[in-house]
Design a protein around this ligand. Structure first.
Ligand code: GTP
Length: 568
């Protein structure tokens, strides 16, 4: 708020400063790395026909407009623009300065240098010419110009359907070179960081086969490709001869960057399942802009292609926020990271836009805020993916655990019993130490159900389960074997020890009283105890023996323990 309240003063200061310096030529002695927009005046060529002589005549008649901003900005699809500034060399000797127009996507830039009314130099630059023809190997439109003593006039004619932002710099060549190297390093860091994330997430995609990682990598790849195209790094290093691709790459890659972002978002947020209508709307929206872009390309209209790509990309940022917001609102936890990431990307984009339009001071940080925003966006999304993966794993483990538990008693179910006893059984076979199995079945349980109801029967089952849990050793494996049947696997336990335990369990169960509305239920159980011997090649055969002994206990009148010695 405080910053915003300073705006009127900022503008006033700009105007005062402008009125003082606008008319003045730039001195070659000036050592500044700031853009020189305030020293320039300009003319929009409504006819697109003006030649240098016409522009000169109009300039002399005072009809050029003074620039109000260090950065000239004429928006998207502008008419050609003529820009003028003059350079004063009072030193008495020629001085070389580096003239640089640092917007990499301008299609055509004609530069004319005049000294004392004579044409001394002329350059024809721009994206629409092969990179190899540039005077200097720079991704910007850059040249070294010798300014003779006295005042020189520089006229530039710029034509492009892209956003016509024209940051002009006039610097000492060494200072300019130093700046370019610094920028090179910063791009190296950005691309290196993104490349590492892409490679890592592609590896995760291949390893985990989750398309989320693929769409995330695609999104970052598309951002990198778009950035490489509009900063002209691609033209400089990858496709220096492909003039056509350099012209079409920005709109095409902007579209695919936004599209891949949306594909990632709907996959990450599971929009298809959670909000099918939003999912369909996003797909339709993407298709409509895709058709618009394809039609523009077929009609060879770069302007329409750019308009479609810019509109798609602007709305894309808003849709990302919307999708993230909806998802957070509906309780999807990883979406919080997603929303923060979308906000970071948006803030970056807005800061860059505001700075290029002159609403906030333009410097390396604000101009490249979109890239910083994207780095934060990429990092937060990587965190979101990691968080989502962790939550997914935890849910899987929980589901697996639940699949192994009997829901009523919380004991192991039959599957878990086999899972837990299998390694113990194979160890037994190796070391020859004998386990035993106890199988027990509640007596006349049907009567309990019939007399007091099923819920009361459940209560009895729970009480007995808790008792069994309490009385067995930690190494023993207890499970609910069937309806009112329980099993206990006792590793390394002799027949005597197993029978003693079974007797104790039988006795404790017979002491149980489970209260109900009109009194208490007494309960007993019958037991079969089977110690392993040489006939038991498998665990199932040992369990079958325990089952036989249990049957014997039932036959003998219930509430008793039968062990091998008895049956043999
Ligand atoms: N309440 C309750 N009853 C169950 C559950 N699972 C099985 N049952 C009941 O347990 C009863 C078992 O009856 P039976 O197999 O005839 O055996 P029993 O009445 O215990 O008689 P014996 O085994 O011969 O002593 C059946 O009525 C089943 O419906 C359960 O989870 N909860």
């Amino acid at each position: 708020m405080r910053f915003r309240s300073l705006f009127p003063y900022f503008w006033l200061l700009t105007l005062v400063w402008h009125s003082l310096v606008a008319a003045a030529p730039i001195s070659v002695a000036l050592e500044s790395d700031a853009a020189i927009g305030l020293y320039t005046s300009f003319l929009k060529d409504q006819t697109s026909q003006l030649k240098l002589t016409d522009a000169e005549a109009i300039y002399k008649s005072g009809k050029f407009l003074q620039s109000q901003s260090p950065f000239l900005n004429f928006g998207i699809g502008s008419k050609p623009v003529w820009i003028h500034f003059s350079v004063d060399n009072p030193t008495g000797v020629p001085v070389t300065k580096r003239l640089s127009i640092e917007t990499a996507w301008l299609d055509s830039i004609d530069i004319y240098v005049k000294h004392q009314g004579i044409n001394v130099a002329e350059y024809h630059l721009g994206d629409s010419k092969p990179f190899a023809l540039r005077p200097l190997n720079s991704r910007f439109f850059t040249l070294d110009q010798r300014f003779n003593t006295g005042v020189s006039d520089v006229f530039l004619r710029i034509e492009t359907p892209d956003p016509m932002v024209v940051p002009i710099y006039l610097m000492n060549p060494k200072m300019a070179q130093h700046q370019e190297i610094e920028q090179g390093y910063s791009y190296g860091i950005i691309y290196g960081f993104l490349f590492a994330l892409i490679a890592y997430n592609m590896t995760l995609f291949i390893g985990l086969r989750s398309s989320r990682f693929f769409f995330y990598s695609l999104y970052l790849t598309m951002f990198m490709a778009m950035n490489i195209a509009y900063t002209s790094h691609g033209y400089q290093w990858i496709w220096p001869l492909s003039v056509k691709w350099q012209l079409w790459a920005p709109p095409v890659l902007m579209y695919f960057y936004s599209l891949s972002g949306l594909l990632f978002a709907i996959r990450f947020l599971d929009t298809k399942d959670n909000s099918p209508r939003i999912y369909n709307a996003v797909l339709w929206y993407s298709a409509v802009f895709g058709v618009w872009l394809a039609a523009a390309i077929m009609m060879d209209s770069q302007l329409y292609a750019l308009l479609s790509a810019f509109t798609f990309m602007s709305l894309f940022t808003i849709i990302m926020l919307f999708l993230g917001g909806v998802s957070v609102y509906s309780g999807h936890k990883p979406a919080r990271y997603f929303l923060l990431a979308a906000i970071a990307a948006m803030v970056g984009a807005v800061l860059t836009t505001l700075s290029t339009w002159g609403f906030i001071p333009l410097n390396n940080w604000t101009f490249r805020a979109v890239e910083i925003g994207m780095l934060i966006d990429a990092t937060l999304l990587a965190l979101a993916l990691a968080y989502q993966f962790r939550v997914g794993q935890e849910e899987k483990i929980r589901a697996e655990q639940l699949a192994q538990l009997d829901p009523l008693t919380g004991l192991n179910n039959r599957r878990a019993f086999y899972d837990k006893t299998a390694p113990l059984w194979s160890m037994t076979l190796r070391n020859g130490r004998s386990p035993s199995v106890i199988l027990l079945d509640i007596d006349l349980f049907k009567e309990i159900n019939d007399n007091y109801g099923h819920p009361h029967g459940d209560k009895v089952l729970v009480v007995i389960s808790n008792l069994l849990k309490k009385l067995i050793r930690q190494a023993d494996v207890l499970a609910r074997w069937g309806g009112e049947e329980f099993i206990i696997y006792l590793p390394e336990t002799s027949p005597q020890e197993a029978t003693t335990l079974a007797e104790r369990l039988r006795s404790e169960i017979s002491n149980i009283r489970v209260p109900h509305s009109t009194g208490e239920t007494a309960v007993t159980a019958s037991f079969g105890v089977a110690p392993r011997n040489t006939q038991h090649a498998t665990l199932d055969s040992l369990i079958a023996t325990a089952d036989d002994f249990l049957y014997h206990s039932k036959q003998q009148g219930r509430n008793r323990v039968t062990c091998s010695s008895v049956s043999q």
